[in-house]
Structures are given as structure tokens and as C-alpha cells.
Design a binder for this molecule. Structure first.
Ligand code: PMP
Length: 335
């Protein structure tokens, strides 16, 4: 008997995620709302895609060599993706993150073998901001590259070449709208660009949380933030290189309360355990669906991103004390 040959490489498990019709959101919008299940990636978030493309790009440019180190500043999910990809390819990872992120993300990064550097949460202009600290560490560490997910467009290429064609194929070439929130902007810009290349009439909407500046930028041309959000991984205050030229047709602003209501409903009614950015995305997709229906397009189909798993937020979103401390409604089954 011959030894079984592996079907594929572990990195081939990144992407090609399932897409699911969301019943509650579809009913609320009056048209079909679909969710792309990015929590099904090996690192349980959409950021595995960017991590793989950033590492492959650095290798391709000859900057990342065997035994090298990948350094990044990240709210967590990119770090998790980078740590897994780096392990698979024999690299080390150093991750810099603000110390107000969820305990689960920090514990996960440590468990995956990443070296973790925690810094206080500060404004981007502060030289000790996690992004600047990670750049400095990459410069100081021999054989290291800086992933630079905000301004490295290998990030959005992951979505132009991966997420968008997957959605197009899974929807049988028939969709009318796409929306999601922006952290680096890689997902919205890349998926938006990729989908428009198939059909320029697909309406691309930015769903922005409060505390981010992009809603006002796309609505009024002014980068201005209002309010705040507890959502991790989203909420951008500037036009990153990944956001440059993003084909945004319209924009919505969604509160944490609205996002949390969808997190609760998707869990209890559809058995999906998600993070808050997914809830905010779904709320935005419902808005986009309603907008299309109001224009007489009852057969509209809208796609959004289910960014990461709710298991990453057991001590926050799924914890009554934490929700109360943030003056947010507590899921009734948590007490
Ligand atoms: N949701 C979560 C939970 C994230 O970690 C991120 C990445 N920062 C996003 C959404 C946004 O993705 P992007 O960086 O591609 O804009």
C-alpha cells in the first residue's frame, strides 16, 4: 500500500469560506442577505487572508528569508493569522498590540508562539502607538519585515483575488450589493474592487461604527469622528493606502447597540457565534437591502462579511459584567 498523500497544504485552508443565507436579516431587509463565513478560516477570522498575502508578497520581493521574523501592530486577528502562517512557513512573529484588547486574543497569540509586546492605547499621532512601535521593532530586529497591514496593499489584493471571485462564484454571478466595515480597509476596498470588476453595478457600501471618521469622509468629504464604539478591529480615522481608490457608493453608520442586537439574534436564531464587527456588518447589510428594496428591487441580494468568531470575546461581548460596565444591553440569557 502506498502512503496517503496530503490533499493540500495547510495554507490552502485559508479562504474558500462558505457563504450562508441569513434568515433574520433577510426578513428584516425584505430581500436576501448573505454572510461570507470568514470565521471558518484556520485562525477564525478574515485576517488570515491578508496575513498569507502579506507574507507571500514579502517572500516574493526577497525581503523575508528562511528563519526571518514578521513584525506587526495589530488588534489581534491579523496577529493570529500571521502567527499561523509564519509557523507553517518557518518564520518567527512579533506582535505589538494595545493592552485594552480582549484577553482571549492575547492568550491566543501567546499560545500560537508569537512574541507579544503590549503598549498603552494611544492616538495614531503618538510615537508609541502600536503601529509605530511595530515599525520600529521591525527596523531594529535583524531579518525582520514589517507587515504594515494598513498601508501594504498586498492586504487588499487578498480580497481582490480571493474574497471577491469567491463571492461572485458562490452567488452564481448574481448580487446587487456588498457592504462591510473597515479596519485597515483591505476587505471593503479589495472586495469592492474585485466585485466591480465583475459587475460595476454592484452597490458597494461602507458600514462604519461610531468613533470612526470614514462615514463623514465618504458622505461629506471630511474625516471626522463622532461618538465611540467598543467593536474591535474596525473604526478607521484616516485613508490608508488600502482604502485609496476604494469604490464606495454609499455609507451607513451603525451603533454598537444595533450591532449587538444582530450578534444576539444570529446566535439565538441561526446558531452563529460572532464578534461585534460581524453584527455591525449585518446591520449595514440590512440597511443596504432596505435601500435597494425601496428602489423597487425586491429581488436584491446583498452580501456582507462575518469577520470572526464570537469565541474570541467570551470575556467581553458574552460577559454580562463587561457589557454593563460599557453601559450596553446585556443578552437576556446571560442574566
Ligand atoms: N472585523 C474584525 C474582528 C477585524 O479584526 C478586522 C481587521 N482589523 C476587521 C473586521 C476589518 O477588516 P479590514 O482590516 O480588512 O478592514
Amino acid at each position: 500500500m502506498t502512503a496517503p498523500t496530503p490533499r493540500s497544504d495547510s495554507l490552502d485552508l485559508i479562504g474558500n469560506t462558505p457563504i450562508v443565507l441569513l434568515a433574520g436579516p433577510s426578513e428584516a431587509a425584505g430581500c436576501e442577505i448573505w454572510g461570507k463565513c470568514e470565521f471558518a478560516n484556520p485562525g477564525a477570522s478574515v485576517k488570515d487572508r491578508a496575513a498569507l498575502w502579506i507574507v507571500r508578497d514579502a517572500e516574493g520581493r526577497g525581503e523575508l528569508k528562511p528563519g526571518g521574523t514578521v513584525v506587526e501592530g495589530t488588534a489581534g486577528n491579523t496577529g493570529i493569522g500571521l502567527a499561523l502562517v509564519a509557523n507553517a512557513l518557518g518564520y518567527k512573529t512579533i506582535i505589538v498590540m494595545p493592552d485594552n484588547q480582549s484577553q482571549e486574543k492575547m492568550a491566543t497569540l501567546r499560545a500560537l508562539g508569537a512574541e507579544l509586546v503590549l503598549v498603552p492605547p494611544t492616538k495614531f499621532a503618538d510615537p508609541n502607538h502600536f503601529v509605530h512601535t511595530s515599525r520600529r521593532l521591525a527596523e531594529e530586529t535583524p531579518g525582520a519585515v514589517w507587515a504594515n497591514q494598513f498601508d501594504n496593499v498586498a492586504n487588499r489584493r487578498a480580497h481582490i483575488e480571493g474574497t471577491a471571485p469567491e463571492i461572485w462564484e458562490q452567488m452564481g454571478g448574481r448580487l446587487d450589493g456588498f457592504t462591510c466595515a473597515a479596519g485597515t480597509g483591505g476587505t471593503i476596498a479589495g472586495t469592492g474592487m474585485g466585485l466591480k470588476a465583475f459587475d460595476e453595478n454592484i452597490r458597494v457600501a461602507l458600514t462604519d461604527p461610531f468613533g470612526a471618521a470614514l462615514y463623514n469622509y465618504y458622505a461629506h468629504g471630511e474625516l471626522k469622528a463622532e461618538g465611540s464604539s467598543v467593536a474591535e478591529g474596525i473604526g478607521q480615522g484616516r485613508i490608508t493606502a488600502n482604502l485609496e481608490g476604494a469604490p464606495i457608493d454609499t455609507q451607513f453608520r451603525i451603533s454598537d447597540e444595533e450591532g449587538l442586537e444582530w450578534v444576539a439574534r444570529l446566535l439565538r436564531e441561526e446558531g452563529l457565534a460572532l464578534g461585534l464587527s460581524s453584527g455591525i456588518n449585518v446591520a449595514g447589510a440590512v440597511e443596504l437591502g432596505r435601500q435597494l428594496v425601496a428602489e423597487g428591487r425586491e429581488d436584491a441580494r446583498v452580501v456582507t462579511i462575518l469577520c470572526d468568531t464570537g469565541f474570541r470575546y467570551l470575556s467581553t461581548l458574552y460577559n454580562a459584567e463587561w457589557l454593563r460596565s460599557k453601559k450596553l444591553p446585556v443578552f437576556d440569557w446571560l442574566g
